[in-house]
Design a protein around this ligand. Sequence first.
Ligand code: GLU
Length: 430
Amino acid sequence: MRSPIPDYLAEALESVEADNSGETADYIPELAAANPERLAVALCTEDGRLYSQGGVDVAFSIQSISKPFVYALALADRGFDEVMEKVSVEPSGDPFNEISFEEGTGRPLNPMVNAGAITTHTLAGPRDATPPERASRIIDGLSAFAGRRLQIDENVYESEISTAYRNRALANMLRANGMIDDEPLDAVTGYTRQCALLVTVEDLALMAATLANGGVNPVTEVPVVPARVVRQVLSVMATCGMYDGSGHWMTEVGVPAKSGVAGGLIGALPGQAGIATFSPRLDSHGNSVRGVDLFRRFTTDMGMHLMEVPPPGPSVVRGRRLVGDGDNAVQVVSLQGGIRFSGAERVLRELEDDPLTQKSVAISLMRVATVGPVARRMLLEAVRRLTLDGHDVYLIDPDGVLHDPDPGDGGRVTVVSSYDDLADLRKAEP
Ligand code: GLU
């Protein structure tokens, strides 16, 4: 069978193709001259399958889409405390190039506006890195996200730096506020070069998929940044990624995202996929008009909105039964599905409200697909408390979904793979 996903993406492009509203970014001459008709989309799943349609080979400058990735590198290289001291995480509601700082501290409000991004640029790499060393760290890091070596478009860089008066003003303010240690011109030069890295929609989809996959590039399998960093970056993308259009974006589309003035747009859906679009005409916020439309469509068609409440799954507690008879009988509680906090809470509640009556009890995980880390701790605590209440506790866990099941502190559990094993074991026991 041929997958319908490429057809769906082609159809989505067709549906927005006729819209020629918006303008290409006019403050960077090289971008103003870009072909405004270009249109492309790519989707990369969290396990690395790439689908794309339209002008997928067209390379364009990454611009502000570099910001979340460089923020990730800064967090990974310098730690949260040092980065937070210099850049806050509050949505500013301001345009991307606004000259505004947090009252009292003089920090930029977030890493997605230019002031914050120029600062995080200076925080990538080790503290004693020279500007060229930092530039290499950034190219290497963004290339690791993309899974291939990225290059700078020197024409875009020259074009932007020759008119970067506002960004220079920002860098001077940042230096005056003590937020950057670099010479302001070095910081702007490095930041502008970072923005001039060339990417295709496929690169961007893979970069976003690396975020969606917790920081590990799903194609090369290279761990690029830790999962805790990804959580921070996605949170900031969700609240600040679309500049002064962020609130509308989050309510209408509901996916952590970042746009760039060359016309790129990415969205990262945690645990599912990275999506990228390219169309150079921008709306008044500096976001790609057709890109935003495509994402609106994807949200509806693919149910991507993060705040969508999932339909209730089947109850985690599947049932109870007695296995064996007489003194050998074991009371088994069978669980099912994927277990997270609320599922584990149901298990604990059932064990409290309707206590197990047999001395030997088993929890069957045969139909359980996954146990989240919090649920794992809760289930192990249930095992421990059952032991302390005087039960002999067994786990039927053929696939080891409850890895390393040590309840600790007086808890004891015997792990078996099947009911037969349990019965054999019970017979063998005195
Ligand atoms: N290099 C651009 C600037 O600093 C990035 C802005 C953007 O893509 O939104 O003005």
